[in-house]
Design a protein around this ligand. Sequence first.
Ligand code: OMP
Length: 224
Amino acid sequence: MSNPIYLALDLPRLDAAVALAQKVRGHVGGLKLGLEFFCAHGHHGVHEVAKVGLPIFLDLKLHDIPNTVAAAMQSIHVLEPAIVTIHASGGRAMMEDAKAAAGENCKVVAVTVLTSLDDGDLGAVGVNSTAHDQALRLADLAHEAGLDGIVCSGHEVAAIHKRWKSGFFVVPGLRPAEAALGDQKRAVTPRAARDGGASVLVIGRPISRAEDPVAAARAIEATL
Ligand SMILES: O=C(O)c1cc(=O)[nH]c(=O)n1[C@@H]1O[C@H](COP(=O)(O)O)[C@@H](O)[C@H]1O
């Protein structure tokens, strides 16, 4: 079994991100580059991190009209990402066009409900269902749109896996039992997410901010 841990390289400096990736490369299965990294370092930064030799997960969370999202997908072919994120709440047509425009070996996955949101946050933006029900609804829509999978919290992954057996499930918001939650509201342990059917475990601060990131990654891997 390959290592399901993708390290979120949410660091402001490119040299620090590359150094951390090189340090932990034997203990994670891939590297996730998100908005913080991409806005700061763009295509050049992605090329530099790709030299480390691990699959690249480009977490851009695209959310716009279908034509714009499709064009953005085309403009990242050259980076050869293994995984790219879009927002399921952009709607079915946007997801279909994003998938059609994606590179051949690129999995397109849709964020359902961010792990930083709870039922109260959803109510405040006019969504009158629980985070759980809304994640399931958006996962069904992503499935119908022909995507490869979705991003959800560890609280929903088992229920979504049951309805979509062949889906590819990315689970962030993971915390070893003793770790601080920070801005995450629907967190579970990496092991619980794995048991629920997660394909990829996204982990950032519990590794990147640890005194010894290699030891932290190894300790998490040992629990899986
Ligand atoms: O798409 C994501 O990766 C994502 C979706 C989500 O619902 N929640 C979430 O935390 N993420 C990302 O997962 C990472 C979590 O980082 P840590 O909370 O530091 O482990 C960050 O890079 C987030 O951008």
